[in-house]
Design a protein around this ligand. Structure first.
Ligand code: ADP
Length: 509
């Protein structure tokens, strides 16, 4: 057995995903949870669960010392960080190792180099990996100005410590530069505690194509092919697919192979071990540029699992335990086509405002090659404390057309009653000819939202679903009604179907 017991330093769907892999491998699990997650799925599924503090991440999921103490107290041998939270903290990885535990991820030194976009760019250039033309020399506004002139406009001011699309400013012309520099620096300092910024040439309508890497401690590094993540809103991915439609349609038959080899070179340049992702931007002519390396499991990892038929979390655990990779590059090939849609608790009709509240009813699509990775269940509360990503819907088809049909079916059979979700928005994207043709670039969503198509009229929820939710709610209140016959609405719960008794009657309409 690789490890007897593993602690999962995360929450939500990814904690559930990792617990499941451990269960299949016969490894015991320790969950950590905040006070807001007392009734969440991950502490319920794990063999053991430890409360590590209040709801705010800074007081719980980001408290490395509490998590390490929990691991030691519970006899866990290793910690899996998931994604987000502490997963890319080299300091945390180091503390885990210093405590005599195994960090399921790369070495802290590789994390530190790749964790700063400027040091990563420098290392990549030394290794001969093409990076987006840029300037990371720092200096006075005048020095930035002359560097910007050399690069040409438009350009991006980016945060060295950036992530999640934060701290990025588009500068279209020279007059905007001084303000953008100051604003990006402030934003970076505020978001990451590190105000270091740099300039990057802004590529017009590129594709985001990333390569999954696996590397063991025995000198083997392989790539697991690509994922295309061009469908983004505010630089955040919404829909991902593998294989990349761009690479599939490219006339340059060697492009995929060259990008894969470059991704391996990028990983090897920092002695990378475990799973990681090398992100590239690709322009219309097929020139590709290193963007960054994510030194952790990626949100969109399931599509790679679907087309390759393997389990990345299990691979991570085995590599961390010191096992050699069980496959060579030649053993890996893509089969079929996989698509992932990220389901967010947010309201597209309200500017994508995160939506909170109780989940009254969930209907999950089930069928051949349909996978749902989620951490939510009926009755749970979506709070404002955490990321609004509540589920990932993944389908695999024989080919892209088949996968698109399957995704359309699955989205139309996914019901989440309670907080608003982006499901109708995802359906709207799937309906677009440009997306269907595999032509969408990272500019696609912006163009879509600038048009007059959105928001489309909201799809009414079926009576059946409403009735089921009402019954569930009724049962939860013990079937008891106040003497006047009204059901007391839960305070502030606008989604409670009993809230407005006049608008909602069993059997009406
Ligand atoms: P973060 O780490 O904040 O996610 P990235 O550097 O990975 O930021 O970029 C996120 C997205 O922003 C990319 O996928 C792309 O859509 C856009 N982007 C980043 N850099 C550039 C660039 N130089 N030119 C055009 N688009 C860019």
């Amino acid at each position: 057995m690789v490890f007897k017991r593993i602690l999962i330093a995360n929450r939500g769907e990814i904690a559930v995903r990792i617990i499941r892999a451990c269960q299949e491998m016969g490894i015991e699990t320790v969950a950590v949870y905040s006070e807001a997650d007392r009734t969440a799925l991950h502490p319920a599924l794990a063999d053991r669960a430890v409360c590590i503090g209040p709801a705010a991440p800074a007081e719980s999921y980001l408290r490395g010392e509490k998590i390490i103490a929990a691991a030691l107290a519970q006899g866990a041998a290793a910690i899996h960080p998931g994604y987000g939270f502490l997963s890319e903290s080299a300091a945390f990885a180091q503390q885990v190792q210093a405590a005599g535990l195994v960090f399921i991820g790369p070495d802290p030194a590789a994390m530190a180099t790749m964790g700063s976009k400027t040091s990563a760019r420098a290392r990549m250039q030394t290794a001969g990996v093409p990076v987006v033309p840029g300037y990371e020399g720092g200096g006075s506004p005048a020095e930035y100005q002359s560097a910007a002139r050399r690069l040409g406009y438009p350009l991006l001011v980016k945060a060295a410590a950036g992530g999640g699309g934060k701290g990025m400013r588009l500068v279209e012309e020279e007059a905007e530069l001084p303000l953008a520099l100051a604003a990006a620096e402030r934003e970076a300092q505020h978001a990451f505690g590190d105000g270091q910024i740099y300039l990057e040439k802004y590529l017009a309508a590129p594709r985001h194509i990333e390569f999954q890497i696996l590397a063991d401690r025995h000198g083997h590094t392989i790539h697991l092919y690509e994922r295309e993540c061009s469908i983004q809103r505010r630089h955040q991915k919404i829909i991902e697919e593998s294989p990349s439609p761009f690479l599939a349609m490219s006339r340059d038959r060697s492009l995929r192979q060259r990008m894969g080899a470059t991704a391996i070179a990028a990983a090897q340049a920092v002695n990378y071990v475990n799973a990681g992702t090398v992100e590239f931007l690709v322009d219309g002519s097929g020139n590709f540029y290193f963007l960054e390396m994510n030194t952790r499991l990626q949100v969109e990892h399931p599509i790679t699992e679907s087309v390759l038929g393997l389990d990345l979390v299990k691979a991570q655990i085995r590599i961390a335990a010191g096992e050699p990779l069980p496959y060579r590059q030649a053993d890996i090939s893509q089969h079929g086509h996989a698509i992932e849609c990220r389901i967010y608790a947010e309201d597209p009709a309200q500017g994508f405002l995160p939506s909170t509240g109780k989940l009254l009813r969930i209907e999950v699509p089930l069928g051949p090659q349909v996978r749902v990775d989620t951490g939510i269940m009926t009755g749970m509360e979506i709070t404002r404390y955490y990321d609004p990503l509540i589920a990932k819907l993944i389908v695999r088809g024989e080919n892209r057309a088949d996968a698109l049909q399957k995704m359309a079916w699955a989205l139309s059979h996914y019901t989440i009653l309670g907080p608003a979700t982006n499901i109708t928005f995802l359906q709207h994207i799937l309906d677009q000819p440009e997306f269907q043709a595999g032509q969408a670039t990272t500019q696609f969503i912006e163009g879509l939202l600038a048009g007059h198509d959105w928001p489309p009229p909201s799809t009414p929820v079926s009576d059946q679903v409403l009735i089921a939710a009402a019954v569930a709610q009724f049962m939860e209140h013990g079937g008891a009604r106040p003497a006047n016959g009204a059901v007391t609405p839960t305070e502030g719960d606008a989604f409670n179907p009993w809230y407005k008794a006049d608008d909602f009657r069993l059997g009406s309409g």
